[in-house]
Design a protein. Structure first.
Length: 343
């Protein structure tokens, strides 16, 4: 079968190529999926550059979310069936014609939802939902500040804040030209990050500060986060997009005195420790999409061969919204010849 393979760590796409590899088989509690579409994510970039915790061994097949039809079920799997339409979290390996997923992290796709849309749901919308409900415990009318607001998770948060009954949505972006994209995603106010960001955010809240901060940038913006968070507010760190060593968290006295809490969130870790919570979030998201309460806009990439360019777009900070790539449909041979594939 064809798969996208990263042969060694790199800052660029020079060590990423489409190759033929062996088709996986499901183990106990697993399924294999004929992948129709796979999500393309910034976490693929973090894996490509060799960030700690993303790759167990090289060569590595990236891809953390897929949608397609079940090809085979492993021992002990009774609630999923061959040819059933599903979306799933994958532990890597999703950017391939056939992917393995835990049955516990595989969810049926409602007939009203296309597989292209479903492929965007696991990481983007499920992460956004769990960030708001589980990690930040968003309350009615509460304001939310999101960094990297024009990205996939950021755009999902903008919709879900409204769906969950939240209040003012403030987004920040790394480049001024992305402000328009953040506004189109649903943010009430959007700013490019700069020296005056603290003042701009406080002005947008009438000086009171924000109730929830969702920050995927490691600790690089933590001083700003602390300065704009209202008493009783929650800061949730859910990534380290810039890479590198993270700074220490502030001393307890500063948090106690400011009545501010800082928490962390990792959907990968939660998938391992509490898969039922993650699968439950995906089911809820797919139901919201099916009933028209969420609108998922995706940019489709034509083939695996085009994915390295999208990875570089994300690495350079030029990506916007959610990308999914088209793969072989469930009714095509997974070992069909392809002139562009490296042996």
């Amino acid at each position: 079968m064809r798969a996208l393979v990263m042969t060694a760590p790199s800052q660029g796409s020079d060590r990423t190529q489409v190759q033929k590899i062996d088709e996986p088989r499901p183990g106990p509690g697993e399924v294999t999926i004929d992948v129709a579409y796979a999500g393309v994510n910034f976490m693929d970039v973090m894996a490509r550059r060799g960030d700690a915790g993303y790759v167990r061994a090289w060569p590595y097949v990236p891809g953390l979310e897929v949608a397609g039809t079940i090809r085979e079920v492993g021992a002990g799997v009774s609630d999923l069936a061959v040819e059933q339409r599903v979306a799933a979290f994958t532990p890597g390996g999703g950017l391939a014609q056939v992917a393995v997923a835990q049955a516990a992290l595989t969810v049926p796709v409602p007939e009203q939802v296309s597989l292209s849309t479903a492929a965007a749901a696991p990481l983007m919308f499920s992460t956004a939902l769990l960030l708001l409900t589980d990690a930040a415990r968003l309350g009615p009318g509460e304001s939310v500040l999101v960094h990297s607001a024009s990205g996939g998770v950021g755009s999902a948060v903008a919709q879900l804040v409204s769906t969950l009954g939240g209040g003012l949505r403030i987004g920040t972006v790394g480049r001024p030209e992305k402000v328009v994209s953040a506004a189109k995603s649903g943010y009430d106010v959007a700013f490019a990050r700069g020296d005056d960001l603290t003042e701009a955010v406080r002005a947008a809240t009438g000086g009171s500060g924000v109730d929830v901060v969702l920050d995927p940038l490691g600790t690089s913006m933590l001083e700003v986060d602390l300065a704009v968070t209202a008493p009783g507010g929650r800061i949730v760190l859910f990534g380290n997009a810039g890479g590198g060593q993270q700074a220490p968290l502030p001393p307890a006295g500063r948090l106690i005195g400011g009545n501010i809490s800082i928490g962390g969130f990792s959907i990968s870790s939660l998938s391992a420790s509490a898969p039922e919570r993650v699968a439950g979030a995906l089911r809820r998201v797919l139901d919201l999409i099916a009933t028209g309460r969420l609108d998922v806009a995706v940019t489709e990439v034509d083939s695996l061969a085009d994915v390295p360019a999208v990875h570089q777009l994300l690495a350079d900070g030029h990506g916007s919204g959610k990308y999914v790539t088209r793969l072989t449909s469930a009714h095509q041979a997974v070992n069909a010849p392809d002139a562009g594939v490296s042996a």
